[in-house]
Write a protein that binds this ligand. Structure first.
Ligand code: PLP
Length: 443
């Protein structure tokens, strides 16, 4: 019996090794990693070069406390990330997870306003149907009721939520993109003025929504409009690219397709590709300058921040991605991946929507395509598909609560950027069979 406290009650399958897009179980079975875990394993498993870099770093120096020392890998990784923003960023702050990078972003946003003489700006506006992490600050920002429910009341006050930009579910019938964007911008503006602009620190949003929505990009013009509202009221724009960033959408940063730059950005999963636990918060020049002109330091830190092993592993992953042009590869191969999924599942009576960008695709399931009615939550359709896929040797990432955080099902397909044509084909094939298997189980 497993003594690990697992998130899924019964305990998952024991895995012993991984190579490329494949994970080998203790039983000897091979599982195709069709979602990189949760959009993490971007260069696949078992990369010897990354393993050797981590081992080399461990032999040199494995740990340094950031109050006294920095390390070459942390400095080089910061250079790489800051330069990747084309002027958007001035500094990178390294932590060990996505949630920690969101916590850091929330604190940096507040400190920015304190340094500028506006300490009353502590309120954070996020969106309903969002997930920003499981620590209490990040969970308070998250607008997904099912993930919050057990832990209500949140520990912190000072968060509110506005509408998500999820066209399939929430765009009112007959409204154009432009009119809907204007409506959503007016809603954010009303929320800011309602709370009091002198009390709002930041607006937080995922550039492409992952776990709670199934890979939903905003409609064109949305982020430009939200950026303009934030700017009008001195509110910082925080973009959470923990799932959608670091190349997953076919751009290194998903905001590069939106015509905006964030004031603060969070990244994690694809940064270390699963080889190391690492997240980063990237800060715009104006934010860094406010701290420099004020107290001179970011009043926040963790024992394992900028961990040399984590930084070295992530640096090697990012160097491989750059040298092999893997982000370009994702952009080039994504249309064919999507077309394959659409060919196999586009007409399925229980597939309501196929969406996403790059190697970050979501399928939303419905009981009825015409009405978009979801399955009853107790059906657990996304879990049925996940289990059926696993039985067919495919791991895909399921999600429930796609509508209002309480009803609706989706799965995420997020293969390694290195997946071969044949592997992408097998993912689509096995997924189609799994959806058929799950459908056969319906009453
Ligand atoms: N933000 C987003 C958008 C995420 O998808 C996640 C994790 O799924 C997090 C934050 C939290 O990251 P972590 O699980 O590494 O704490």
């Amino acid at each position: 019996m497993s003594r690990v406290l697992h998130r899924a009650g019964a305990g998952p399958a024991l895995a012993v090794s991984g190579t490329g897009s494949w994970i080998t179980l203790a039983s000897g079975a091979q599982v195709l990693d069709g979602a990189g875990g949760a959009a993490v394993a971007c260069i696949g498993h078992g990369n010897r070069r990354v393993g050797a870099a981590i081992a080399d770093q461990a032999a040199r120096i494995s740990y340094l406390h950031s109050a006294f020392f920095t390390s070459t890998p942390a400095e080089e990784l910061a250079d790489l990330l800051v330069e990747s923003g084309g002027g958007a960023f001035a500094r990178a702050f390294f932590v060990s997870s996505g949630s920690e990078s969101v916590e850091s972003a929330l604190k940096l946003a507040r400190q920015y306003h304190v340094e500028r003489g506006a300490p009353s700006r502590s309120h954070v506006i996020a969106r309903r149907q969002s997930y920003h992490g499981n620590t209490f600050g990040a969970l308070s920002a998250s607008g997904h009721p099912a993930r919050r429910a057990i832990y209500e009341p949140m520990l912190m006050s000072g968060f509110s939520h506005v509408s998500p930009c999820q066209a399939y579910r929430y765009r009112p019938e007959g409204l154009s993109d432009a009119d809907w964007v204007a409506h959503l911008a007016a809603e954010l503006e009303a929320e800011i003025t309602g709370v009091g602009a002198d009390r709002v620190a930041a607006f937080v949003a995922e550039t492409v929504v992952g776990a709670t929505s199934g890979c939903t990009p905003a409609v064109p013009g949305y982020f430009r409009a939200m950026r303009a509202v934030c700017d009008r009221h001195g509110v910082l724009l925080v973009l959470d690219e923990i799932m959608s960033g670091m190349g997953r959408t076919g751009r290194l940063h998903a905001w590069q397709d939106e015509g905006v730059t964030p004031d603060i950005q969070t990244v994690a999963k694809g940064l270390g590709g699963g080889y190391v636990p690492i997240g980063a918060m990237l800060a715009a020049p104006k934010v860094v300058e406010a701290l420099a002109a004020g107290s001179g330091a970011f009043v926040h830190g963790h024992t394992y921040q900028a961990h040399p092993l984590a930084a070295r592993g992530a640096l090697e992953v990012q160097r491989i991605i750059a040298e092999e042009d893997l982000v370009g590869r994702v952009a080039r191969m994504a249309p064919a991946l999507r077309a394959r999924i659409e060919t196999r599942l586009g007409d399925h009576p229980h597939v309501g929507d196929i969406r996403g960008r790059g190697f970050f695709l979501g399928l939303e399931f419905v009981a009825d395509r015409a009405t978009k009615a979801p399955f009853a939550p107790q059906t657990g359709f996304a879990t049925l598909v996940k289990d059926a896929a696993l039985a067919r040797g495919l791991a895909i990432y399921p999600g429930s609560g796609t509508i209002d955080g309480t009803r609706g099902d989706h799965v995420i397909v997020a293969p390694p950027f290195t997946a071969t044509e044949d592997e992408l084909d097998q993912i689509c094939e096995r997924l189609a069979l799994a959806v058929a298997d799950a459908t056969a189980l319906l009453p």
